[in-house]
Design a protein. Structure first.
Length: 267
């Protein structure tokens, strides 16, 4: 054959060998990369960071999200972890981030206790939406107590759906902040007989959780007027906000023992 044809054939064979070697190396590098990224311990979940609250620990995150040392950070589903964290009583919202090489960072928007629900001899911290957070502790020291409401099966993480509790929460949540700070207790023997007890001993007959904006405005105005008059009535009735009533506190007669004030459930 022509020497030029022989040289051409050898060049083609060398080119084919180089391409085969290149393909083999590419496959090997790709396989090694996939193994390193997704299966090697290099990107294993080694740490969990929790920000935004002290009520949720890294151990709780690992427990509810089933995170173990063999989980790979890059294969981790952030949405799955976020959904699992919603089961924790104190978590309102959570954002999950991956921080290379092996850290899961959780930023929590916590629930905040609004009232203490009395249940038998115990008390429970509850937020404004009715989520039970924890047994009462020092965090409930300055919170109003909800009593005489029908409550059952109370435990951290549950949601109170009773009409008495929901009505009382709506009433308390509708109050202007200066008024809400003066409330020490709420009584809800029924959804239509909600009563507030203020720090100065004045009771407020609120009735059902209806016309809340009008009732809150009337109550705030009456409290301001009574404060300027330096008057402390026995109770204020805003059950009909268009026609509120104020009961004047009468001094007991000389030598007579004062009659006990009626309890909020009797008013």
């Amino acid at each position: 054959p022509d020497p030029r044809i022989s040289r051409r054939r050898r060049a083609v064979r060398r080119s084919q060998r180089r391409r085969a070697v290149t393909r083999a190396l590419a496959v090997a590098v790709t396989g090694l990369t996939v193994w390193t990224v997704f299966f090697s311990p290099l990107f294993a979940v080694r740490a969990v960071q929790v920000r935004g609250t002290s009520h949720v620990t890294a151990a709780e995150v690992r427990r509810v999200a089933h995170l173990g040392g063999d989980d790979n950070l890059l294969r981790l589903s952030a949405s799955r972890v976020q959904h699992a964290l919603q089961r924790l009583p104190w978590v309102r919202r959570a954002r999950v981030q991956r921080v290379l090489p092996g850290t899961v960072r959780v930023t929590v928007q916590p629930r905040r206790p609004a009232i203490v629900v009395s249940f038998g001899a115990a008390g429970w911290l509850v937020d404004r939406s009715g989520h039970v957070l924890a047994p009462v502790d020092r965090r409930g020291r300055h919170l109003p107590v909800l009593a005489e409401a029908r409550v059952r099966n109370i435990a951290p993480g549950t949601v109170l759906h009773g009409p008495e509790v929901r009505g009382a929460l709506r009433v308390y949540g509708s109050l202007p902040r200066p008024v809400a700070r003066r409330v020490v207790a709420l009584f809800a023997p029924s959804p239509e007989r909600i009563t507030l007890a203020l720090r100065n001993g004045v009771g407020v007959r609120y009735g059902a959780a209806e016309e809340l904006r009008a009732k809150a405005a009337v109550l705030a105005a009456l409290l301001r007027r009574l404060h300027h008059q330096r008057s402390r009535p026995a109770y204020i009735d805003v059950r009909v906000p268009q026609s509120p009533a104020v009961s004047v506190r009468q001094a007991p007669a000389t030598g007579a023992s004062p009659s006990p004030a009626p309890s909020p459930s009797q008013r």
